[in-house]
Design a protein around this ligand. Structure first.
Ligand SMILES: *[C@@H]1O[C@H](CO)[C@@H](O)[C@H](O)[C@H]1NC(C)=O
Ligand SMILES: *[C@@H]1O[C@H](CO)[C@@H](O)[C@H](O)[C@H]1NC(C)=O
Ligand SMILES: *[C@@H]1O[C@H](CO)[C@@H](O)[C@H](O)[C@H]1NC(C)=O
Ligand SMILES: *[C@@H]1O[C@H](CO)[C@@H](O)[C@H](O)[C@H]1NC(C)=O
Ligand SMILES: *[C@@H]1O[C@H](CO)[C@@H](O)[C@H](O)[C@H]1NC(C)=O
Ligand SMILES: *[C@@H]1O[C@H](CO)[C@@H](O)[C@H](O)[C@H]1NC(C)=O
Ligand SMILES: *[C@@H]1O[C@H](CO)[C@@H](O)[C@H](O)[C@H]1NC(C)=O
Ligand SMILES: *[C@@H]1O[C@H](CO)[C@@H](O)[C@H](O)[C@H]1NC(C)=O
Ligand SMILES: *[C@@H]1O[C@H](CO)[C@@H](O)[C@H](O)[C@H]1NC(C)=O
Ligand SMILES: CC(=O)N[C@H]1CO[C@H](CO)[C@@H](O)[C@@H]1O
Ligand SMILES: [Cu+2]
Length: 610
């Protein structure tokens, strides 16, 4: 018994040592500055570069490594920060990156050091998380290699491919939240990129199997993905290994990742289109010059033709993507127990009294606090478990340590939204409607909130798929579960950056007492706040005297007086604006958002006539 025990201890020690020896530290210096780029060949523009380069460096680490990124903000005119999308940051919540949530934004001329270990594996990405900065190019893949992945001996080569939407203007120069756009019509991208360029040839060897890591690093538009005459096997979603599952088409919303195994044909007489098609249902106006579909190639033979894709005709009926809810995690983690806490949220888009369009969880449009929420946790002592401290407009929910948390999300909006939770992946336990051609039909009827009688937990999957970004269908709903086993302040938000800027976010303050035990505010983090004249202590209103007094907190604007409708605002705005010749575009922009819900064809016609 004792001998056995002793051996066990020694064995464990050796194993730990092995793991420790293998893990390394990856040190990176990021000097963030503006550079020029022209990825679609249509327009050169200013983009956020790192060390003078764009596309940005792909970060590759091994499971268990420590990543240290020393970032200097050399932009001169913009604050910034980095979020490591999908990283749990277990014990390092202050390295998560969202401004005014876990840190102050880094002002021009200041630096921050991100320093954390990566005990996970799979496909991730990093992006700016201050205001709307990542669509300006500040986003790239982060790959965590794993020498124990179950599919390691099932492929010969590995590839990483990103896809994204792309704007020709700086985000700050694109009008969006404004009276003239009461419906919140999202700016339509100018193009869609494939690995930050277009017309890519991916040279492949006949007969070999490739692990392709696909990442939508876009700001807005989801993309369908398929390869002509090839099927593939899905083996990972958002860092979670799944049992291999054959599929031919994927729907990849912004922030989502898929790893697939693609086995090449034996013949080398042809090259095959890799097709991405932007989900046009998300777009209010589609200009005739916007190329929704892109052809890139699996290049078996550089001398053979590179044919354009013969597109599947109707997206909704022909391009039926694989339903991510059907995937089974390879670790067979079972459905979590009945929740200790259930959070039910309604998603709506509406106007506030400036007439502009905003987005809401339960009537609250997320508004930055005056102190980063994590710092409020660290400076509020026993009050940390009281949600009120974090202010009404961060939409805070305090989660008990190790509680099973269920989020029921009712999407009362006619658009679909990809929701992301920081610090966790979560189980996908229910979604209505389920994937398929009818997904979009829901947009036409009334919203369907979650109904527990019709979808009891006994109908939930035994081994639910897990991921960190999940699409809520138009006017449908979803239910997710996770364990609050990662003390920290974690944002839950729509990953469409436009909607995020409209306030579609809320805060989970997970196990605040345990946060206080594990973390303290470092000198370097305080310096960053001071450099930007921000408070780093007290409640959301920066009060340190009475933590329950939120006087002076940042608030959303008041609601419109009853009786005002978006349609009324458009009419009003249109009559004012039409007096100004050069501004006609803006009026059409706003109006088209409304009409598109009824008749997209009419919008296009109207635009053509302009
Ligand atoms: C960052 O890059 C800019 C432009 O190349 C250079 O002027 C600046 O000195 C660099 N700063 C740091 C801290 O490396
Ligand atoms: C990174 O964090 C580890 C663990 O807290 C610490 O030992 C190390 O000094 C840090 N490195 C830097 C460069 O901050
Ligand atoms: C995609 O771009 C990244 C960064 O430029 C590069 O490292 C990677 O090899 C590219 N992928 C393919 C398939 O060419
Ligand atoms: C390619 O050839 C190998 C070896 O002959 C065979 O096992 C495989 O099935 C072939 N693949 C295809 C797609 O025909
Ligand atoms: C690709 O999209 C463009 C418009 O975005 C369309 O005109 C073209 O017909 C599409 N190509 C195919 C092959 O369907
Ligand atoms: C949002 O406000 C509306 C109108 O005041 C009210 O009917 C509704 O119950 C509110 N919803 C929530 C979830 O608080
Ligand atoms: C939920 O579904 C049950 C069974 O179909 C129905 O009787 C009930 O009215 C529904 N509840 C709501 C709130 O719609
Ligand atoms: C965080 O670490 C604790 C152990 O310290 C572990 O129990 C928990 O599962 C981890 N949570 C996540 C999300 O990594
Ligand atoms: C911070 O405040 C001081 C004094 O009020 C002012 O001089 C300085 O310009 C401010 N700095 C920033 C970055 O706003
Ligand atoms: C977070 C995560 O996905 N971890 C996985 C890493 O890889 C091992 C196997 O090597 C899996 O069991 C984990 O689930
Ligand atoms: Cu959204």
């Amino acid at each position: 018994m004792t001998i056995y025990h002793g051996m066990l201890i020694r064995l464990t020690a050796v194993l730990l040592l092995l793991q420790y020896c293998q893990a390394k530290t990856v040190n990176l210096d990021f000097n963030v500055t503006w550079v020029n780029a022209n990825p679609d060949g249509l327009h050169e523009r200013k983009v956020v570069g790192i060390n003078g380069q764009w596309p940005l460096p792909v970060i590759e680490v091994d499971k268990g490594d420590r990543l240290i990124v020393n970032m200097y903000n050399g932009l001169g005119d913009k604050e910034t920060s980095i979020h490591w999308h999908g990283m749990f940051q277990n014990g390092t919540n202050d390295m998560d990156g969202p401004s005014m949530v876990t840190q102050c934004p880094v002002p021009p001329g200041a630096s921050i050091t991100y320093n954390f270990t990566i005990p996970q594996n799979g496909t991730y990405w990093y992006h700016c998380h201050t205001d709307s900065c990542y669509p300006d190019g500040y986003r790239q893949a982060l790959i965590v290699h794993d020498d124990q992945a179950y599919f390691n001996d099932m492929y010969d080569h590995e590839l990483t491919v990103t896809m994204s939407d792309w704007y020709h203007d700086l985000i700050e120069d694109i009008p969006f939240i404004r009276t003239e756009n009461p419906t919140g019509a999202e700016p339509v991208p100018d193009s869609f990129l494939f690995n930050d360029t277009l017309n890519t040839n991916i040279p492949v060897e006949a007969g070999k199997t490739y692990l392709m890591r696909l990442i939508n690093i876009g700001a807005f538009v989801a993309q369908y993905f398929y390869i002509e005459d090839h099927t593939f096997r899905i083996v990972e979603i958002d860092g979670v290994y799944v049992d291999e599952q054959e599929a031919d088409t994927l729907y990849i919303a912004v922030a989502q990742r898929y790893s697939i195994l693609v086995t090449m044909k034996n013949s080398t007489d042809k090259n095959y289109p890799i097709v991405t098609v932007a989900d046009s249902l998300l777009l209010d106006v589609i200009s005739p010059s916007l190329q929704l579909n892109q052809t890139n190639w699996l290049e078996y033979n550089s001398n053979a033709a590179h044919p354009q894709a013969a597109m599947k005709v109707e997206i909704s009926s022909d391009l039926v993507p694989y339903d991510d809810m059907k995937l089974v995690p390879h670790d067979r983690m079972e459905l979590l127990a009945e929740p200790d806490m259930t959070i039910e949220v309604d998603v709506i888009m509406d106007n506030l009294n400036d007439g502009a369009g905003y987005a809401f969880f339960n009537n609250i449009s997320y508004t930055r606090p005056k102190v980063p929420t994590l710092y409020s946790v660290l400076s509020s002592g026993d009050y940390a478990t009281t949600a009120q401290v974090y202010g009404e407009y961060t939409n805070p929910f305090v989660l008990g340590h190790n509680a099973v948390v269920e989020v029921i999300l009712n999407n009362l909006d006619t658009g679909s939204h990809p929701f992301h939770l920081h610090g966790h992946n979560f189980q996908l336990v229910s979604r209505t409607p389920s994937y398929g051609p009818s997904f979009q039909d829901f947009a036409d009827g009334d919203p369907v909130p979650f109904n527990a009688t019709e979808n009891p937990s006994s109908s939930f999957p035994k081994y639910p798929a897990r991921r960190d970004t999940f699409v809520a269908p138009p006017q449908g709903n979803f239910v997710i579960r996770f364990v609050a086993d990662n003390p920290g302040v974690w944002l839950f938000h729509c990953h469409i950056d436009w909607h995020m800027s409209q306030g579609l976010a809320m805060s989970f303050i997970e196990a605040p007492k345990q946060i206080q035990e594990r973390l303290s505010l470092s000198e370097s983090h305080i310096n960053i706040c001071e450099a930007g004249n921000r408070s780093y202590e007290g409640n959301a209103a920066a009060s340190t005297e009475d933590l329950l007094d939120l006087t002076g907190q940042n608030e959303q604007l008041p609601w419109l007086p009853a009786g005002f409708t978006a349609r009324g605002i458009v009419a009003m705005v249109f009559s004012c604006v039409s007096a100004f010749l050069g501004m006609a575009f803006i009026a059409v922009y706003g109006i088209s958002g409304i009409q598109s819900k009824e008749d997209t064809a009419a919008v296009v016609t109207e635009r053509d006539g302009l």
